[in-house]
Design a protein around this ligand. Structure first.
Ligand SMILES: NC(=O)c1ccc[n+]([C@@H]2O[C@H](COP(=O)([O-])OP(=O)(O)OC[C@H]3O[C@@H](n4cnc5c(N)ncnc54)[C@H](O)[C@@H]3O)[C@@H](O)[C@H]2O)c1
Length: 451
C-alpha cells in the first residue's frame, strides 16, 4: 500500500518543509535491477591482519568491474565499505572501526553499504578476550546501522575459519539492492558438507533448474516470493487454500509454474506437496513456508479457536509438513528450506501472544533443523526470515497512528516491501549460500521494535 508521508516529504516542496521542521525523510531505497551494478561507486576494502576475506572481496568486486580503493580520497563518494575483521583477536583490533570505517562513512553514497566480516562466535571457544572481541563487533555494527542515513545499511557476516569460500553469496547479497531493507543483521557462514559452495553460472539467475514450493502464494509476501524465485530462474509451485484459488492460479500461470490448492494444516499436506513437485516438475529443491494468519486478542480475552488456529497454521503445520518434506524421498539433497517468522516472534507484541508463540516457535524449529547432522550431511539448509513492518493487506488494517509508528521506528524510517522479504528468501535459497543454515535474518529496516 502507499506510504503517503514518504511520498510527501520526498516531493520538491515537502523536502524543504521536512528539513526545516526536522521531520524524518525516508529516502527511496536502492533495490535490485539486473542492469545495475552490484554497488554504485568504488568500494573501500580493508582489514586487519591477513584479512583473507578482504582479498576475496577485492577479487569478487574486480570480477564485476567495480573499483577497489584502500582509503577514501577527499571529495570522493563510495558505494560501500567492506571491512575484514576476521583476524581481530583483541579489543585494540577494534580500533579499525574508528580509523578505517569512520572516515569512509562520511563519504558513503545514498543506499550505500557497510559489510563487516568477523570471526564466528561459535568457534571462539572459551577464550574471554577473543569471544568478547568478536561479540563487540555486533554492538558496533548494529550501532552503525542506526547512525547511517539516506538508505545506507550495515551488516555483520561472521565466518568460520577456513570457510571463507562460502561467504561470496552473503557478500553479494549485502552489497546489492537485494538487501535494501536488511539492516543491522548478523549472519553466520559455516561449512557446507562435501566442500565449498559452488558459484552459479550467472549470479542474476542463481536458481535455474530448481523447483520451488511457496505456501500462501496467492497474495502478499508469498506472491512476491513466488515472483522473485521465478525471476531468479526457479520453476515455482504456488500453494494456497481453495478459497484463494483464483489469485493463486493467476500468479502460477503468469510465472509459468503450477498451482496446488491445499490447506497447509491438512494431515497429508507435506506428502501432497512432495508428490506434486516431484510428479509435475521432477524434483523439490526449495521449500518456503510462508502461509500465515493473525487472530489478535489480548491474552485475557483469547479464546481457544484463535489460539489454536494461529499456532497450527503458522507452526504446527510446518512441523508436520516437514516430516514428509525432509524425508529422504522429499526435498532433494542440497535443497533449501526457508520459513517466514516475524519480529513479533523476537520482541513480542501486544495482542499477539498466539502469533508471537508461533513465530518464536518457527525460530526454535529452524535452529533445531539447522543443527541437524542428517540434514547437514545431505547439504540441506534451513533458515528463517523475520519480517518487520511490511506494506501488505495485513499491515494496511493496522490503525493509522500505530501504522505510522511501525513505519518510522526503524533505521530506514519506512516500511519494507513484500519484495524485500522475497529477495532475502531467494538469497537463502541459493546453493552458493550452502554454508548458511540455522540463521534467522530480520527484514525489518532495523526496526526498533524487536531490536
Ligand atoms: N505483512 C507483514 O508485515 C508481516 C510481518 C511479519 C511476518 N509476516 C508473515 O509473512 C507471511 C505472509 O504474510 P502476508 O502479510 O503476505 O499475509 P497475507 O494474509 O496477505 O497472505 C497470507 C497467505 O497465506 C494463505 N494462507 C492462510 N492460511 C493458509 C492455510 N491454512 N493453508 C494455505 N494457505 C494459507 C492466505 O490465503 C494468503 O494467501 C505470514 O507468515 C506472516 O505471518 C508478515
Amino acid at each position: 500500500m502507499a506510504d503517503t508521508y514518504s511520498d510527501l516529504v520526498n516531493s520538491t516542496v515537502g523536502k524543504q518543509v521536512a528539513s526545516r521542521l526536522g521531520l524524518p525523510r525516508p529516502v527511496r531505497l536502492r533495490r535490485y535491477a539486473p542492469d545495475q551494478p552490484l554497488v554504485p561507486g568504488p568500494v573501500v576494502v580493508a582489514g586487519v591482519g591477513d584479512a583473507p576475506l578482504a582479498a576475496r572481496a577485492a577479487d569478487l568486486l574486480r570480477g564485476d568491474a567495480i573499483d577497489i580503493i584502500p582509503v577514501v580520497a577527499e571529495g570522493q563518494r563510495v558505494g560501500a565499505v567492506v571491512l575484514d575483521l576476521t583476524q581481530a583477536r583483541e579489543l585494540t583490533d577494534l580500533d579499525a572501526f574508528r580509523t578505517i570505517l569512520g572516515p569512509a562513512l562520511k563519504r558513503l553514497a545514498p543506499s550505500g553499504r557497510v559489510v563487516v566480516f568477523g570471526g564466528s562466535i561459535a568457534t571462539a571457544g572459551t577464550d574471554p578476550m577473543l569471544r568478547a572481541t568478536r561479540r563487540a563487533m555486533e554492538g558496533v555494527v548494529r550501532s552503525i546501522g542506526k547512525e547511517l542515513r539516506a538508505g545506507a545499511t550495515a551488516n555483520l557476516v561472521t565466518v568460520v575459519e577456513g570457510e571463507e569460500a562460502n561467504a561470496d553469496a552473503a557478500l553479494r547479497f549485502f552489497l546489492s539492492g537485494r538487501s535494501a531493507y536488511v539492516d543491522g543483521q548478523v549472519v553466520t557462514v559455516g561449512a557446507a558438507s562435501g566442500g565449498p559452495a559452488a558459484a552459479p553460472d550467472d549470479w542474476h539467475t542463481p536458481l535455474v533448474g530448481k523447483v520451488a514450493v511457496v505456501t500462501g502464494a496467492a497474495r502478499g509476501i508469498g506472491a512476491s516470493i513466488a515472483e522473485v524465485l521465478a525471476r531468479d530462474g526457479a520453476t515455482v509451485v504456488g500453494v494456497d487454500i481453495p478459497s484463494a484459488g483464483e489469485g493463486l492460479a493467476r500468479n502460477a500461470n503468469r510465472l509459468g509454474g503450477t498451482a496446488l490448492q491445499l490447506d497447509v494444516t491438512a494431515p497429508d499436506a507435506g506428502r501432497r506437496i512432495v508428490d506434486h513437485a516431484r510428479k509435475r516438475h521432477g524434483s523439490l529443491d526449495i521449500m518456503v513456508h510462508n502461509a500465515g494468519i493473525t487472530r489478535d486478542k489480548l491474552l485475557a480475552n483469547m479464546d481457544e479457536s484463535r489460539w489454536a488456529s494461529v499456532v497450527d497454521v503458522n507452526l504446527g503445520s510446518v512441523i508436520r509438513m516437514n516430516e514428509a518434506i525432509l524425508a529422504a524421498d522429499g526435498i532433494a539433497d542440497g535443497g533449501h528450506v526457508v520459513c517466514v517468522s516475524s519480529i513479533a516472534g523476537i520482541a513480542g507484541n501486544r495482542g499477539q501472544t498466539n502469533y508471537a508463540a508461533s513465530k518464536a516457535g518457527v525460530i526454535g524449529l529452524v535452529t533445531a533443523l539447522g543443527g541437524s547432522p542428517d540434514l547437514y550431511a545431505r547439504r540441506v539448509t534451513v533458515n528463517a526470515v523475520a519480517p518487520g513492518f511490511i506494506e501488505t493487506e495485513m499491515t494496511a488494517k493496522i490503525p493509522l497512528a500505530t501504522r505510522e509508528l511501525g513505519r518510522r521506528l526503524s533505521s530506514l524510517q519506512q516500511g519494507g516491501l513484500p519484495l524485500d522479504v522475497a529477495e532475502t528468501v531467494a538469497w537463502l535459497s541459493q546453493d552458493a549460500n550452502s554454508g548458511v543454515t540455522g540463521n534467522v535474518v530480520r527484514v525489518c529496516g532495523q526496526s526498533l521494535l524487536g531490536a
